[in-house]
Write a protein of this length. Sequence first.
Length: 399
Amino acid sequence: MSDLSSIYTQFPAPKGIDLSNKITCTRCIYDESIPAIKFNSDGACNYCLMIDDLKAQYKTTTAEGEKTLMDTIEQIKKEGKGKKYDCVIGVSGGTDSSYMLHMAIKWGLRPLAVHYDNTWNTAIATENIRKVLGKLNIDLYTIVVNNKESDDIVKSFFKASVTDLDCPTDIALAETLYRAASKFNVKYILEGHSFLTEGVSPLSNSYIDGKYVESVQKEFGTLKLKTFPNMPFWTFMKWILFKRIKKIRPLWYISYSKEDAQELLEKEYDWKYYGGHHLENRMTAMHHSYYNPVKFGVDQRNNTLSAACRSGLMTREQAFLAYQQAPNYDPELLPYFIKRLNLTESEFIEIMNRPKKTYRDYKTYKKTFERLRPMFYLLAKVSLVPMSFYIKYTSKSSI
């Protein structure tokens, strides 16, 4: 392969983003270009206010919040009595999922680790999973998609010209977790998500559902979905209404520092850092550190930087300076992506030059989610769907 000079001429590696000429939130670094953003009279954005609401609802970082979590942990133990596992936890080799495994054992739970292998894992992530599971003596359940099928789906989303390049991985992981829970008669999935550290990704920048995957693959793909664990609507309903599998996000209740978690993991498990949020997988790394910033001007580091501002871990000035720095981009990513998807340089350039689209340009379940908004509110209140799903996916004016 050549040095990709023709590609880098038109689509150079991403640089940092300067927000000095844009209207920004007075509490974080979200700016006027963020989809569906609104500012109140104090200049605070609706995303910050949403985080405030979640913190109040879940009593995050308070004694009351911790007690609620501990009560839930005891309920998980009670319902899992006599079973080999009492919960399942998705693992990627990243910080949050590795820390969740550590804490689950500390809480006295008996988790089954679950991994969806989209065949784009980095060696660091694979080793991290092995080290943590080995020391904690946790079993692993994995679904591996056929790599040709996986690549064909990735190529379809690339051709679709949407920001959701990694949507198939996210929906497949969700389905894999449900399948594992059902297979072993487990009623709880623990997710290592923290709105304190990760913030909020606007829906227009990050949408997933099974019909979306199906419609994009039908239009652009060359292979049928055979080994890919997609989640059609009826399957989603089976998991939450009939199987009654609950999703719990422990980090929504307690204080959590990603830096402290990484320090613990490095000390206890010889765990290795992979360079940044979402960079433990080559596909997610390509998605976040090159594709979205270069094609769409979407640099999702603003999620974590804004979260740091809200939590007082960083001033807005520090966040602005960090955002102006170029993302952590591995120059081997682009040639790997092009070679693996069997693209020529001219094909890559042509696709990158296609008009930008969103999930709204394809068939999805979004309207169905909106019609069933009252039902999903009730399901979110009892943890059968995450509250973030209700907030983001069921509103007609979704953020």
